[in-house]
Structure formats: C-alpha cells, structure tokens
Design a protein around this ligand. Sequence first.
Ligand code: RP5
Length: 166
Amino acid sequence: MSNSTAGPVIGIVMGSDSDWPVMEAAAQALDEFEIPYEVDVVSAHRMPREMVAYGEQAAGRGLKAIIAGAGGAAHLPGMLASVTPLPVIGVPVPLKYLDGMDSLLSIVQMPAGVPVATVSVAGARNAGLLAVRMLAAHDPELLGRMKDFQQELNDQATEKGKRLRT
Ligand code: RP5
C-alpha cells in the first residue's frame, strides 16, 4: 500500500495485522505531510526469512526509514535494525496483558551499536512525525511544513489557555 504514485520512502511494518489499529496513526501522520509510504506485515517470529529480506533490501528499494510496530515479545524493530543501515523507529503495541510494558521493554532495551528510536506505547503518530522530521532534515520545503505544523500546535495550545482564562 502507498499513498502516492511516487515510490515509498518510509516502510511501515508490523508483526501482525492485529497491530494495524495502533499503527495506522503512523500512516495518517505521513498522509498529512504527503509522504509516500508502504505498509506490510513482516513478523520476526512467524516469517523470519522474509523479515531479514525486508530489512536487507529496504535501503536499496529507496526507503529512508522504517517504522516497525510489534506487541508482546516485540523483536521486529530490533531485528530489522540489525540488518538495515536505515533508521528504525519502534512502536510498542499494547496487547491484552501487561499494558504494553512487555513490548516497550523488548523494543527499547537494544544493545549498544544497534539503535532503535523507540516511541511511547501505542505512539504510532509520533513515529510517523519522527519519520517526517528525519526526511525534513534534508528537505527544506518539508522542514518548512514541519515548522508550520509546530506553529499550529503552539496556536492550539495558546487558544486552549485563552479559553480557560476567560
Ligand atoms: C506480535 O504478536 C505482533 O506484533 C502482535 O502484536 C502480536 C499478536 O499477533 P496476533 O496473534 O494477533 O497475530 O508478533
């Protein structure tokens, strides 16, 4: 899946389609900035060979970063980070038990040398926005749009304060 006719530059992957209700917020953030992306299920445990192939081929296919979400024993972001030179953003997906703490700790506690930029539990929107910022660092036009977005957040917060004060 992609939101544009241009080739995808961000890969959104997850361990199961059951992660999509959490992960779709990343896609929505990319949509807001008109960033072309792809979405797929690439399970570290159920399809390890495909997962390695995805990570190994991602940069060559033109992706600039990977957003990887998984729940439980969430090895997908870390394993992808071990086979791709691209930045990997990990999204801990909360499951029925442990409130996502298991996913968070599985993703965030990477050994030195293999970084995963971990967002909050179910923080897929921030994962999408972080990916936009990574792209914007080399794209002045996109950087300008990110600044506008930040100004909007500022304006909204200011407006909320104003409403409380009156
Ligand atoms: C993980 O197992 C997936 O990322 C998902 O969060 C979890 C459960 O998967 P399903 O049993 O719903 O397919 O690998």
